[in-house]
Each structure stands twice: as C-alpha cells, then as structure tokens.
Ligand binder design. Structure first.
Ligand code: AMP
Length: 415
C-alpha cells in the first residue's frame, strides 16, 4: 500500500501538491467548469488545518514546452480563492523562476501559493530545450521543483499515468511523499473493483474504437462475469461474426483480433454481450453533431445493419438485454458511450445504461464510471450522485483498467 496523506508528517511543513487544474477556459479565459478545482479542496483544507504552507503545481493544456499566455494558470488562483474562502498567491513567472522560488521560500504556514503551468517547461514531459527526449533534463527539473518545499503530495489523478517530472520524477528529491485524498479515493474504488470485486462483476465498454480498449478488454476478461460492448466498437465485433454493419464505423484491421477476444471470452465463460438491435441512420453530421435534415433514422429488427445505414446507438432490445445483466450486478465498471451520445437523438442507449447503473447502485452495487463521455452521460441522465465513484482521470482510469502500472503512483513510497 502506498503512503497516503495521513501517513506523513505535514504539520507546519512546506508541502508541494501536484494538482490537476487542467480546466476548460472560454475565449475570455473564464473557467467554464471548476470540478477539477473542487476535487482538490479536501487535500488543501486538510493541509491548512495542519498549518502547512501549500505550494500547488499543475499544468493546463498542451503548451508544448513554451510559455503560452492563453494557457497560464492565472485564472485558477481567484477561483480557488473563492472556493476556499482564503487568498491564493500566484506567481506569473515560470514555476522554477527566482520569483517563484522566493514566493515559496517566503510562504508561511496556512498560506497557499499557486505556481505557473509546469508544461511551459519541456523538461516536465522529459524533453530538453531542443525538444529531444532527455531523462537528465527531466531529473534536473524535478529536483528544482522538489527544492520549492519539503514534502510532496500527489493529488493529480488525471496525470499519474504519465512519467513526468511533477509526477514520478520529483518523489526521489523530497523528504517524504504520499497520495493526496483524491488519488487515494481513486485508487481505493478502482483498485477494489478490480482486485476484489463483489460478484457478479460487469464491465460496460463503449466508445469509438476497439483498438483503444483492447488491453482493457483483455485484462477485464480475467476478472469479470460479463462484458457489455456498445458504441462503434461493437460493429467490429459484429462484422467479425459475419453480421452486416452497413456504413458503420468498423476497424477492418481488427476483425481477427475481435474474433480472438470473443473466443477468449467463451473459453473463460465470460458472458460477452453485443447489441442485438440498433438505432441506425443513413446520414450523420459528425462536424456539427447533428442529424442532417432529411436523414432517415430507423431501428433495426436484429443485429444486422442494412447497406447504406450506420449504427449510431444501441436499440431497445439491446438496452433491455444489457439491463438484465446490469441490474443483477454487484460491481459495475463503465467506460465509454454506447452510441454517438453527443447527438441527443442518439444518446438514449448511453443515458439508459447510466440509469441502470444507478439503479443497481441503489440496490447495493459498487459502480465506478470513468472516461469523459461516460461521466457526462451520468450527469446528463441526472444520476451522477447515485454512482459510487466517478473517476476524475480518463486516461489514467483506462490504464488502471488495463492493469498497467501508473508511474505517478509507482513512484510514491510504500507505507
Ligand atoms: P472513446 O473516446 O473511445 O470513449 O469514444 C467516444 C466517442 O465514441 C464519442 O465521441 C462517441 O460519439 C463515439 N461513438 C460512440 N458510438 C459511436 C457510433 N456508433 N458511431 C460513431 N461514433 C460513435
């Protein structure tokens, strides 16, 4: 078990906290969704109660190793101050500038300092000034970051799957380190779901591509009782069985793999559920996320999709069939939408699954939802409060489901 915040001494110390403040900004640089900032409040408030001086480091966007004004973390400071009800200092110069170092050195117990975007430095992501991979540059930058404080707390779950200076690199240069409350919660729910799931354990996987989720499917086949496959992914599986898929999004180079995964599922006696009917359309406006005027939208009578039509959502019989399995589940892990849910007409399957997961949770199941689209879907369905755990890290939760080691977690010391 990795050390968590309450395992380390932070009283009166200068504590560097890696947070995920990669928030969406509008053209006027206003924060349009503050959930990632809100998610860090428990850790920050605990540190303040312990009289720590809190030094926050984070990234925003993809500035690719250069200072980019529109990706400054400046707008986050007043928002965080408002949420905490306390002033938050911000240094606009880069994160290891003389000004930043002085602000960190001068910071008193109970004060909060936010530093500038880590990714303005190419070294954060392991590159040197010339843009080449450079482990020594990452290490040197990590050491500079570590010199800002005494102990380190990792609370940016959204970046722990990256081996960056502020995730894995910094740990060896501080006196002590631990996972913050947010990371602790993520590891608890994702970890318990995968390591000791209460059975029946059902995974629901959707989204655009099989290729993105092969490793998740492979890993979960060893653990689950049932896998429900939806979204465009399902059509590759159906085509591999010789079922018509019309103009649906299919990865033709993954047909053999799809067959292999179906065979593995059968060998392991995992109930592998594919849609048995579909909502189909002859035209979809992917750019404007809309149903074009005059488009034909139909529901198929079985799993096959007629020529000239593409699958856009799970049909009613599929939802019913999936529902029976979800309702009886005691552990549910869900990642990826079951249709093109950004288009309201094609969101039904995804929204219904969200409701079914919430119903199962009301009856005692543990439900864990990850991935930006599924998280929006549970909100859209109005059931987000009824889900056991909504993961804050899309990429990180997916890699966790793949059974991969997350470098930002692996680097933390054991209890
Ligand atoms: P992912 O990032 O892999 O979870 O994929 C999410 C995307 O898959 C969303 O933008 C959905 O619109 C898309 N998607 C889901 N179902 C379909 C479908 N039937 N056809 C095309 N795209 C889909």
């Amino acid at each position: 078990m990795k050390k968590t915040l309450k395992d380390i001494d932070v009283k009166g110390k200068k504590v560097i906290v890696r947070v995920d403040y990669n928030v969406p900004l509008d053209a006027g640089l206003n924060i349009t969704n503050d959930k990632r900032i809100v998610a860090t409040l428990p850790t920050i408030n605990y540190l303040l109660q312990q009289n720590a001086a809190v030094i926050l480091i984070a990234h925003l966007g993809r500035p690719k190793g250069k200072a980019v004004d529109s990706m400054s973390l400046k707008p986050v400071a007043p928002k965080l101050a408002e949420l905490l009800g306390k002033p938050v200092k911000f240094v606009g110069k880069d994160v290891i500038s003389a000004e930043a170092k002085k602000a960190a050195a001068d910071l008193k117990s109970g004060e909060i300092l936010l530093l500038e975007n880590l990714r303005f430095h190419p070294e954060e992501e392991g590159k040197n000034a010339a843009g080449e991979k450079d482990k020594a540059a990452l290490d040197a930058f990590a050491k500079e970051l570590a010199s800002l404080g005494e102990v380190f707390v990792q609370d940016a779950f959204g970046t722990v799957h990256r081996a960056h200076a502020s995730t894995a690199g910094i740990v060896k240069y501080v006196k002590d380190a631990a996972a913050g409350f947010l990371v602790e919660k993520e590891l608890k729910f994702l970890g318990e779901a995968l390591d000791k799931p209460v059975k029946p354990f059902v995974a629901i996987l959707g989204g655009a591509k099989v290729s993105d989720k092969i490793n998740v499917i492979e890993n979960l086949l060893n653990k689950v009782d049932a896998i429900i496959i939806g979204g465009a992914m399902a059509y590759t599986f159906l085509k591999s069985q010789g079922i018509g898929t019309g103009t649906s999004l299919v990865e033709d180079d993954k047909l053999d793999l799809a067959k292999e995964l179906l065979k593995k599922a059968a060998d392991k006696k995992v109930n592998f559920l594919l849609p048995v009917d579909h909502v189909v359309a002859d035209k979809v406006d992917f750019v404007n996320k809309a149903v074009p005027a005059g488009a034909k939208v139909e529901i198929t009578s079985d799993a096959s999709i007629p020529a000239g039509f593409m699958g856009v959502d799970a049909g009613p019989k599929s939802i019913e069939k999936f529902g029976e399995v979800v309702k009886s589940a005691k552990t549910i892990v869900w990642n990826g939408p079951l249709g093109i849910f950004e288009i309201p007409e094609f969101a039904k399957g995804t929204v219904e699954i969200a409701k079914l997961a919430a119903e199962a949770t009301d009856k005692g199941a543990i439900s864990v939802v990850g991935g930006g689209d599924s998280v929006s879907a549970v909100k859209k369905a109005g059931v987000d409060k009824r889900i056991t755990h909504i993961s804050t890290g899309g990429g990180a939760s997916l890699e966790f489901l793949e059974g991969k080691e997350l470098p930002g977690i692996a680097a933390l010391p054991e209890k």
